[in-house]
Structure formats: structure tokens, C-alpha cells
Design a protein around this ligand. Structure first.
Ligand SMILES: Nc1ncnc2c1ncn2[C@@H]1O[C@H](COP(=O)(O)OP(=O)(O)O)[C@@H](O)[C@H]1O
Ligand SMILES: [Mg+2]
Length: 433
């Protein structure tokens, strides 16, 4: 009998086995048997192997695979959702958005870009500005891009572009996009059309400039009429009263006393009229300039309010009439605030030239106030704090700016800062229209 006549049988039987300690182990029993032609088992071999760990590993692998597939589906869903969201943002935003690579070739432009330049995203992809935009616009764009790539930082600029319906102003922010190693790979630009806001701002500017100019003119006229016309009438009246007084002195002492009262009353009125005319528009501002006008105003302020008022002026450069008027009015408003709000004992008005700037400061030792109330009033558009808003407006109309420092209990300092070149420049050309 040789091996060939034997029938080989092999069988794997998995079964479970519970140990005394309750632990379940998986066993694989592999049995091999040889039978002869009559079916009798002539020899057999059985091996049982503990496959618990293998089983567990298989189970864990299966679970991990399922988990992974669930996760990647979820991820795909999220990516699709985000892509759609970003796509919608790009489509519906009123801003012009584009992405370029390092060589300045467009990778993506949004629908506003397509509308604005009359191009299609597909047609633009891979092209540079020079290929799709008018030359001057392209050159302007490319110069800006270079700055972003060099600095690897965001850049914000205002750009003017001629469109079919005229000149538009865009507020553009360009920023670098980095790859995972931190290298700049692309550039993204977002441009917002601020033409309407710009126009409204310009209009408001012109309006407030013309209101201020007209107000000054009217004040000057009223001031002159008060001083000249009313002043002359009062002077004539006074001469008559004196004449009466002289006539009545001997004959009618009671009548003379009346005439003397008249003289006093007229004198007081002449003083009031002069002071009113001066406050409306000091002629001295036009005749002698800012320093003399402030000198006079501050001493008048001290007399009227009882607050000690020091005035100090270094030699200052010549300036335009509008600048001198703005500075004078700002000092006037700041001092009015001192009288009205500060409860100060002393205030110092200083006019000096520092590092190419003319600085007018009004500093009091009063009770101070939280300057945040000014910002709050500004954002709320409240009717309060119009005095400070007016000072700011006057300052910016002549090319300077205003700073207000204050804290409760620490006094207040208002500073008008004017670059010296703004003092005599032919300004307001754009404001006049
Ligand atoms: N020198 C000052 N001392 C204390 N408080 C001040 C001074 N100047 C301004 N303020 C505060 O700032 C507010 C805004 O001033 P302003 O714009 O001139 O408005 P207004 O004088 O009409 O109240 C004032 O109401 C006051 O509370
Ligand atoms: Mg005020």
C-alpha cells in the first residue's frame, strides 16, 4: 500500500473556549487525516492554535476600515459644503476677488471681476494682467503685487480705475497665501468699490467747508456792522448826552443827573457792542494775525471768567487767513469748554513750532473727563460733543488734526497739529470744486 492510494482529509475547526477565569479564547483546530481506500483512518494529526489575538486584530482592522470610510465620507461631505459656501461667497460678494500665482498668472477670479473687466474665469486662468487688462491698469496692478511678494505681508491701497461709467475708487487689500512650509505661493486680492462712499464723503467735506466759510463771512459782516454802524450811533448818542449834561448842570441838577446816567449806560453798551463784535470776528485777526488775536482773546477770557489764562507764542511762520481763522476758532472753542466744563483755576494757551509742525495747545488744570465719551458720541451720531467734532473738522479742512487728552481728575489738553507746509499751501482746491 503506497501513499497515493490514501485519501487525505484536512479540516479547520474554529471553536471557543472559556477559561476558568472567564476569559474567552479563540482556538483553531486544524486536523489532517489519511484514509485508506476503505475509508479507514490510517493516521491523523491535529493541532490546535490559540488565535484569540489574531481574531481580535482582524476585528479591530475591520472596525478601523469602517471608521476610516465613514470619516472620509464625512470629510468629503464637509469639503463639498465648504467649497460650495466659498463659491457662493465669491459669487455674491460685491467685492472683486482674485488669486494669482508667483508669476502673476491668474488662478481664479470671481464673478465681480468677470463683470468688471468683461472676461470669463476660464479665459483668464493662466494669463497675466498684461494679457487681459488695459496697459495702465495692468502696470498699476503688477506694481502692487510685487510689493506683497517682497514683504510677504498684506498691503492696503486705494486705487482709481476708469470704467465705462467714469472713475471708480477701490479699496484694495492684497495678501500673500502661504503653502504648508510657510513659503509664499500665491497672492489674493480683494477690492471693494468705495466710489459712492468717497463721493458722499467729498460732498460732506465740501458742504462743511462751505458752511464754515459762509459762517465766517456772516460773522465778519455782523461784527463790522455792530462795530461801525451801531458803534457810531452810540458814540453820537454819547456826545448828545454829554452836551445835555453840560447844558443842565447849572439849571437843572436832577436833569443833569439823568444825563450822567445816560452817559454811563451808553459807555457800558459801547463796551458790550465792542466785545460782542470782537467775539464774532476779531478784526485784529485779519489786520495783525493769529498771535495778536489770541493775545487779546485770552486776556479778555481771563477778565470774563476769572480763570487765570496764560498765553505763550514762539515766533511762528506766516500762514493763510483760513488757517489762522481755523486755529483761532479752535482756541476759542477749547477755551469755551474750559469755562463751561472744566472748573479750572488756570489754563495755558501755547503756540509753538516743533519739528516742522505748528502746535496750538490749550491745557487746563480742571476736572477732566473720560475722552471715550467723544468717541461714543461720534459713533452714536449724537448731538453732544459737536464742539469737539467741529474743532476736528476745522483742523482737517486746513490739513491738520486735533488731539484731545483728558482723564477725570487730571485736566484736559487739546492740541491742534498742523504740518508747516499746510500753513500756506494753496489748499481746498478739491474742496472748492
Ligand atoms: N476742558 C474740559 N474740561 C472738562 N470737560 C470737558 C472739557 N472739554 C470738553 N469736555 C467734555 O467734553 C464734552 C464735549 O465737549 P463739546 O464737544 O465741546 O460739547 P459741549 O461743550 O457742547 O458739551 C463736554 O460736554 C464735556 O463733558
Ligand atoms: Mg463745547
Amino acid at each position: 500500500m503506497n501513499d497515493r492510494s490514501l485519501l487525505k482529509i484536512s479540516k479547520d475547526i474554529p471553536y471557543r473556549y472559556v477559561r476558568k477565569n472567564g476569559e474567552v479564547i479563540d482556538i483553531l483546530l486544524s486536523a489532517i487525516a489519511d484514509r485508506d481506500s476503505d475509508g479507514r483512518i490510517v493516521r491523523s494529526l491535529a493541532v490546535s492554535v490559540d488565535v484569540t489575538e489574531q481574531k481580535q486584530a482582524e476585528k479591530a482592522l475591520r472596525r478601523a476600515k469602517e471608521e476610516l470610510s465613514r470619516y472620509s465620507k464625512e470629510l468629503e461631505r464637509k469639503v463639498q459644503l465648504r467649497t460650495k459656501e466659498i463659491g457662493d461667497i465669491l459669487r455674491y460678494t460685491p467685492a472683486v476677488i482674485y488669486i494669482k500665482d508667483l508669476t502673476g498668472r491668474y488662478m481664479l477670479v470671481n464673478s465681480r471681476f468677470e463683470e468688471l473687466f468683461g472676461v470669463q474665469n476660464e479665459a483668464v486662468r493662466g494669463k497675466t494682467d498684461t494679457e487681459i487688462l488695459p496697459q495702465p491698469v495692468a502696470a498699476q496692478f503688477q506694481a502692487g503685487d510685487a510689493a506683497v511678494f517682497e514683504s510677504a505681508a498684506p498691503v492696503q491701497v486705494e486705487k482709481r480705475i476708469v470704467q465705462n461709467d467714469g472713475l471708480h475708487t477701490y479699496l484694495t487689500v492684497k495678501f500673500p497665501l502661504f503653502d504648508e512650509t510657510g513659503k509664499v505661493r500665491r497672492l489674493c486680492g480683494i477690492a471693494t468699490d468705495i466710489t459712492a462712499a468717497k463721493k458722499a464723503q467729498d460732498k460732506l467735506r465740501r458742504l462743511s467747508a462751505s458752511i464754515i466759510t459762509n459762517q465766517e463771512k456772516e460773522r465778519a459782516v455782523i461784527s463790522r456792522e455792530l462795530h461801525d454802524e451801531l458803534g457810531q450811533v452810540l458814540t453820537a448818542l454819547r456826545m448828545d448826552a454829554v452836551w445835555l449834561l453840560e447844558r443842565l448842570k447849572a439849571a437843572d441838577p436832577m436833569g443833569a443827573e439823568r444825563a450822567r446816567d445816560m452817559c454811563r449806560l451808553i459807555d457800558g453798551t459801547i463796551q458790550d457792542v465792542r466785545s460782542l463784535a470782537f467775539r464774532l470776528r476779531p478784526g485784529i485777526l485779519d489786520d495783525l494775525g493769529l498771535v495778536d488775536a489770541l493775545e487779546l482773546y485770552t486776556s479778555d477770557f481771563e477778565r470774563r471768567t476769572g480763570v487765570t489764562c496764560l498765553f505763550d507764542a514762539a515766533s511762528i511762520p506766516k500762514m493763510d487767513d483760513t488757517v489762522a481763522t481755523a486755529a483761532y476758532r479752535i482756541a476759542q472753542e477749547a477755551l469755551t469748554n474750559v469755562a463751561r466744563h472744566a472748573r479750572a483755576a488756570k489754563v495755558e494757551v501755547r503756540l509753538q513750532q516743533v519739528d516742522g509742525r505748528l502746535i496750538l495747545s490749550v491745557e487746563d488744570d480742571g476736572r477732566g473727563f473720560p475722552v471715550s465719551v467723544l468717541d461714543a458720541a461720534e459713533t452714536l451720531g449724537a448731538a453732544e460733543a459737536l464742539g469737539v467734532a467741529g474743532m476736528r473738522e476745522r483742523a482737517s479742512l486746513v490739513g491738520g488734526h486735533l488731539e484731545v487728552y483728558s482723564r477725570p481728575g487730571e485736566g484736559t489738553r487739546v492740541r491742534l497739529i498742523l504740518p508747516v507746509q499746510a500753513l500756506t499751501l494753496e489748499r481746498n482746491t478739491e474742496v472748492k470744486s
